[in-house]
Design a protein around this ligand. Structure first.
Ligand code: HEM
Length: 447
């Protein structure tokens, strides 16, 4: 029986990853596959189908792990999806992330030429994310996913990345992440920001009206597009030692280091928002889901509490842009499902140990361009909207060493200069995660 919420959201047909928080703590793995043989590709989808949970609210995934299966444009083509249908996907998806590199700011050492192979090459067809609360359950499900492709000649595993929550429960720069998240109408999940009404389902899942009241463009045939969502994944290497050295050089002591770090993010490392606790970290606030996302920016137009250029404020300005009336923040929201990879740089270490560590950034939404690409290009990589055109996001803006970041203060503001790039893109792909019926349709294609 299909579970349909009052909004008509077909939870039973939507892959679990789009609507559900990942477990915490979590361990996981990302597997990228290439389809060399069409029939094997369809057999793979058939085998993966029973492992994929739906978005029906439940405390535990039925199979002990959250599996999300998504395809690149090249992957859908490799499965034999008819050209007419391929042409109906969003133009950015058809081009792929590597082709969008210049727009996205993936230049210099973040350019596709330097990406891990085969990311961005057209050899990535299927992306599988497996996330589980513990290693034993992950292994059991990952083994099934492995068997699903290993036994099939014509399917190659081309890339793999393991991920796990660091012992601190935080990401490599030391910050709690994944707090600011919109709720989706009909998903059964309540908003954590009481000031933000749940988004219309069509902002995240295809086949439903979005915030404009319209049905977003949906790939055809309907059975393929409906209940699908676009997924962006990016491997973002974080230069933790460079970040710590920078703060050490700019601050007079540990307390100021923590303050400057918090100003860059918009939250303290514990997750406590600067908008609520501007002067000192408040770990109990950071840990309290009932309070740690309950804040607005309009009472702080000049950014004395939280700078307008701070990462989280740029990425979700909440009510800060309301007065201009030109930008509707609700049209640029996204579900994030990022995870950490690589070991933690031990506390206090300032030298780079050469380890690869960072974030697998994962976006889910119905609009690649006006959600992910807009936020990345207009809000993170550009400062026009906050009246500081030359200032990119201080943490993730991938600056060139000449960037600056303004911290409003009285009597005079503080300006951090010569910001090095703290984040390097190691590759990524634009994918489409179809609904469960669509997966079945793909498995049964007979062209
Ligand atoms: C290595 C790269 C990144 C790091 C280390 C990072 C870190 C963080 C941290 C610590 C927060 C605050 C915690 C929270 O509210 O969840 C945050 C929030 C957020 N980030 Fe990032 N981030 C990265 C890349 C990105 C990118 C590429 C985007 C979008 C294109 C993005 C979009 C967001 C959004 C939408 C929020 C929530 C803001 C809110 O609702 O208040 N982040 N990020």
């Amino acid at each position: 029986m299909t579970v349909v919420e009052s909004t008509g959201l077909e939870l039973d047909d939507i892959q679990i990853g789009a609507l559900h928080e990942r477990p915490s703590p979590y361990v996981g793995t990302y597997l990228l596959l290439r389809i060399d043989d069409r029939a094997a590709g369809r057999a793979l989808v058939r085998r993966l189908l029973p492992l994929v949970d739906s978005g029906r609210p439940s405390a535990e995934p039925e199979h002990g792990a959250w599996i999300t299966v998504a395809f690149t444009y090249a992957g859908l083509a490799a499965l034999g999806v008819p050209q007419e249908s391929l042409d109906s996907f969003a133009p950015e998806f058809r081009q792929g992330m590597a082709a969008r590199a210049a727009e996205l700011g993936d230049v210099g050492e973040s350019a596709p030429d330097h990406w891990e192979q085969p990311l961005g090459t057209g050899d990535v067809h299927v992306a599988i994310a497996v996330l589980s609360p513990d290693a034993a359950r992950l292994e059991a499900v990952a083994e099934k996913a492995r068997r699903a492709h290993q036994e099939l000649a014509g399917i190659e595993l081309v890339w793999r990345q393991d991920c796990y929550q660091l012992p601190t429960g935080r990401t490599s720069f030391g910050f709690k992440d994944g707090i600011g998240q919109p709720a989706v109408e009909g998903s059964g999940r309540l908003p954590t920001d009481p000031g933000e009404a749940p988004l219309k389902a069509g902002e995240i899942v295809l086949g439903y009206p979005d915030e404009t009241g319209e049905l977003p463009p949906m790939p055809t045939p309907e059975v393929l597009g409906r209940n699908g969502t676009y997924v962006v994944f990016r491997k973002l290497h974080t230069r933790v030692a460079a970040y710590r050295q920078y703060l050490r050089a700019k601050a007079a002591g540990r307390e100021e280091e923590a303050l400057l770090g918090a100003k860059m993010v918009g939250r303290w490392q514990s997750g406590a928002p600067l908008a609520v606790s501007p002067d000192r970290d408040a770990p109990e606030l950071g840990a309290d889901p009932a309070r740690n996302n309950d804040f607005r920016y309009a009472d702080d137009p000049r950014g004395f509490k939280c700078p307008a250029g701070a990462h989280a404020r740029r990425a979700n300005p909440r009510d800060a842009l309301d007065h201009e009336g030109s930008v509707d923040v609700r049209l640029h929201r996204m579900i994030r499902r990022g995870t950490s990879y690589g070991p933690m740089l031990p506390d206090g270490v300032l030298e780079d140990d050469g380890a690869d560590r960072g974030i697998i950034f994962v976006f889910a939404g119905a609009h690649l361009h006006r959600q992910f690409e807009f936020v990345k290009t207009q809000w993170l990589n550009d400062g026009i909207f906050i009246g500081a055109p030359a200032e990119k996001d201080p943490l993730v803006g991938q600056g060139d060493g000449a960037g600056s970041f303004t911290i409003p203060r009285t009597p005079i503001r503080r300006r951090l200069t010569e910001l090095p790039p703290f984040v390097v893109t190691r590759g990524g792909e634009y994918c489409f995660a179809p609904g469960l019926r669509a997966l079945r349709w793909l498995a049964e294609l007979d062209t």
